[in-house]
Design a protein around this ligand. Sequence first.
Ligand SMILES: *Cc1c(COP(=O)(O)O)cnc(C)c1O
Length: 240
Amino acid sequence: MEPQAETQAIARRVADIREAIRRAARRTGRDPSSVRLLAATKTVDVERLRAVLGSGVRLFGENRLQEALPKLDALQGQGIEWHFIGRLQRRKVKQVVGRFALIHSVESLELAEEIQRRTQEAGIRQAVLLEVNVGGEATKGGFAPEEAVRALPQLAAMPNVQVLGLMTIPPPTDQPEDARNYFRLLRELREAMRAQGGGRDSFEELSMGMSHDFEVAVEEGATIVRVGTGIFGARPPARG
Ligand SMILES: *Cc1c(COP(=O)(O)O)cnc(C)c1O
């Protein structure tokens, strides 16, 4: 697509998504401003990132450190809030902490401990979400719901790790409605964990919902929806 046509297409899709978020929030009596739109930017080049900046999106989520670093460099000073949303290997933690405002994908206590170690060394704090495997899928990482509850005291003892809420990627489904129960489960888990003290920090965030099911996620309480294809169009097939 011609760059200008591409920019217009992105702007139109972003406007449609924002409108859909507003409607879904209002349907359930929520304040639309309590939902943030995160652009999932894996495989998206810097030109198209500039285009989405032009339509007012300032929250970007990257999956891989190697892919993210040049983009962070190229777009410095643009007021972007970068989040890390992909699977995080322990040996990459040192480079990730402090670079991303929020890590969505803390899938184990071991990973949280490594984040604690590296942030303490650097003298910083790092905001994170716990990734919960709501569908109990063997192929996916993440805390089982009851594991997340049990991990709370240990997480609360990590002074440099701020746990702000939960994230999930439900099992793939054809119908967005099929994800509703998983989103509800994540919200109920957040309530249960809050009741147990939640951590020392505000425990509000629910990162859930992607291109095909973000409206259902907003109806069920999402505070961050992560949208890739819906903004940028279909991605090339994954490598390897
Ligand atoms: C790619 C990705 C998304 C966005 O997925 P789309 O279906 O393209 O909207 C959301 N969350 C995570 C963790 C992703 O890796």
